[in-house]
Ligand binder design. Structure first.
Ligand code: ADP
Ligand code: MG
Length: 559
């Protein structure tokens, strides 16, 4: 049987692609810069294997040239260039990636950072341009060629003049219309911002002439505007550097530069993993709560880079909810990206990374608790509530991860203690971990229910946040010790000796108690003699699982 090839309506395909792959127009620049960087990389790898070539890093760069008069934006590189044939195959065929082919051919050589793989990025240029012109001269060739296209209508290739090896892509920007504005891609500040956002860690310098004002030579008091060539990107990703080369200050500067926060982070976590999934990560524990942290608006997530190029600015899947306060980034060359490079094809690698990171975050917090208590308490005051939510959510599934990170105010120590510290300090005869709930420390101090427990010399944990008791109910026990509210019916304290009230005495009060109960109507189920009061005449007590405080919260919740 004869096998037929699929026909593709390439015009339509191109149009669809241009208009539907990317969610943001500005990524055209990311794509063209990535291609330029790949082209320089290829030259570099060629030089590694060819003794007749020398690679002098200084002479390789990318330049962005906006021209307001002509309404053009040029992206030029000093990379490997393209022959007429390569222009034809790589730019004339949708989904043909010369870079992917290059990677395959050179597979044995380790460590290349070539970004391209799908063969569609280049066409992103048509999101902003009517006409795209590519002038290119390939390494080892005497003749330069010009490729030109107005998009769907096809392209032309002809010889042209170009002195140096490399490629220059000239975008004739689309005309502005009522609701579309393309002029922004001619503005220095805008271009700078886009380069910083997506391409800050491209390894070759991205240069641009930037208007700066300088004192006039003949008159120092007067300024003139001059164009000065600047390198816009920072090139070396700090997270790929060796930890020994970096000081605490470098990490802090990066945190502020990245606008993760205006505070000084309490701790950074720098991870390099070279296993089944290779990745680098740089995470921070902030000091201050973001203003919207405990609201629906807050979006958790880390920045996700693939070989130094930004893919997502908030990848939520990288962080569990209970660590949603963590800021930072992950860079991996092992991600399987989707064609727009805005999303991931599958999340196996992501799951692997996020699981690993959660472990690292936990141990970083634990070491902070151990070695920098003051910092930890600052952290806990800001984000402890989130950890408690974490215990409460998932029905205690995060118990192991989170229980050792919790702190509560202690009646005895008069400061925050961990559950471990509490249990270590328990006298041998103490059966339970006691807690009392209330609005504030002062109010709990005055609770009559605490008297017996404190009299016994036992420590009480003060639960002043709504979530506390709910979280503890999920934990159920800590180191096999049950939690028990001081207002529960049974405190498990043997106090027969201290208390001399006999059955007959109780009989004696029966009438009084019945009268009290009647007066209180349905508000109480019973009035009894209490064995736990010392200086107070009366207290409320609850039977069963739900304590008085929990009941209050549950009643206050909307149905
Ligand atoms: P990808 O980068 O995913 O391969 P693109 O559509 O961005 O796909 O580019 C297609 C191909 O065109 C690249 O693989 C590369 O071979 C070639 N190419 C694009 N831009 C350049 C450039 N500036 N210099 C050299 N070759 C380039
Ligand atoms: Mg590309």
């Amino acid at each position: 049987m004869e096998k037929k090839q699929f026909q593709a309506e390439s015009k339509r395909l191109l149009e669809m692609m241009i208009n539907s792959i990317y969610s943001q127009r500005e990524v055209f620049l990311r794509e063209l810069i990535s291609n330029a960087s790949d082209a320089i990389d290829k030259l570099y790898y060629k030089a590694l294997t060819d003794a007749t070539l020398t690679f002098n890093k200084e002479s390789y760069y990318i330049k962005i040239i906006p021209n307001k008069e002509e309404r053009t934006l040029t992206i030029m590189d000093t990379g490997i260039g393209m022959t007429a044939e390569e222009l034809e195959t790589n730019l004339g065929t949708i989904a043909k990636s010369g870079s992917l082919a290059f990677k395959k051919e050179n597979e044995t050589k380790d460590g290349h950072d070539i970004i391209g793989q799908f063969g569609v990025g280049f066409y992103a240029a048509f999101m902003v341009a009517d006409v795209v012109t590519v002038n290119s001269k390939a390494l080892g060739s005497n003749q330069a060629y010009k490729w030109q296209s107005e998009g769907a209508d096809g392209y032309s290739i002809e010889g042209t003049d170009k002195e140096t090896i490399g490629t220059e892509i000239i975008l004739k920007l689309k005309e502005n219309s009522e609701d579309e504005n393309y002029d922004e891609f001619l503005e220095e500040y805008r271009l700078k911002a886009i380069i910083k956002k997506y391409s800050d860690f491209i390894r070759y310098p991205i240069k641009m002439d930037v208007t700066t004002s300088k004192p006039k030579e003949e008159n120092e008091n007067e300024n003139v505007e001059v164009l000065e060539e600047q390198i816009i990107n920072s090139m070396v990703p700090i997270w790929r550097k060796n930890k020994n080369e970096l000081k605490a200050e470098d990490y802090e500067n990066f945190y502020n530069e990245k606008h993760y926060g205006f505070d000084k982070p309490l701790k950074h976590i720098h991870v390099s993993v070279d296993g089944t999934v290779r990745y680098n990560a740089l995470l921070y524990i902030p000091e201050n709560i973001p203003f919207d942290y405990y609201s629906k608006e807050y979006e958790k997530g880390l920045e996700l880079y693939s070989s130094g190029v930004l893919i997502m600015d908030k990848c939520g899947d990288l962080l569990p909810d209970h660590f949603s306060f963590v800021k930072g980034l992950v860079d991996s060359e092992d991600l399987s990206l989707n064609i727009s490079r805005e999303m991931l094809q599958q999340d196996r690698q992501l799951k692997f990374i996020s699981k690993n990171l959660a472990k690292k975050i936990k141990s970083a917090l634990q070491s902070m608790l151990k070695d920098a208590r003051e910092n930890y308490e600052t952290f806990f005051k800001a984000f402890g509530r989130q950890l408690k939510y974490g215990v409460y959510a998932d029905f205690g599934a995060n118990k192991e991860t989170l229980q050792d990170l919790l702190l509560f105010y202690s009646s005895k120590e008069k400061k925050l203690v961990s559950l471990e510290e509490y249990v270590t300090n328990m006298p041998e005869d103490q059966k339970y971990i006691y807690y009392a709930t209330g609005d504030s420390i002062e109010r709990i101090d005055k609770l009559p229910q605490t008297e017996l427990v404190t009299d016994k010399g036992y420590e009480i944990l003060y639960f002043t946040e709504d979530i506390d008791e709910f979280a503890i109910k999920m934990l159920m026990t800590y180191k096999e010790k049950e939690f028990r509210s001081v207002s529960s019916g049974d405190l498990g304290i043997d106090n027969e000796k201290e208390d001399s009230k006999t059955e007959s005495e109780l009989e004696e009060y029966k009438e009084l108690f019945d009268a009290m109960k009647e007066i209180l109507g349905g508000k109480v189920t019973d009035v009894r003699v209490s064995k736990r009061l010392r200086s107070h005449p009366v207290c409320l007590s609850a039977d069963g699982e739900i304590t008085i405080e929990m009941e209050k919260i549950l009643n206050a919740m909307p149905d």
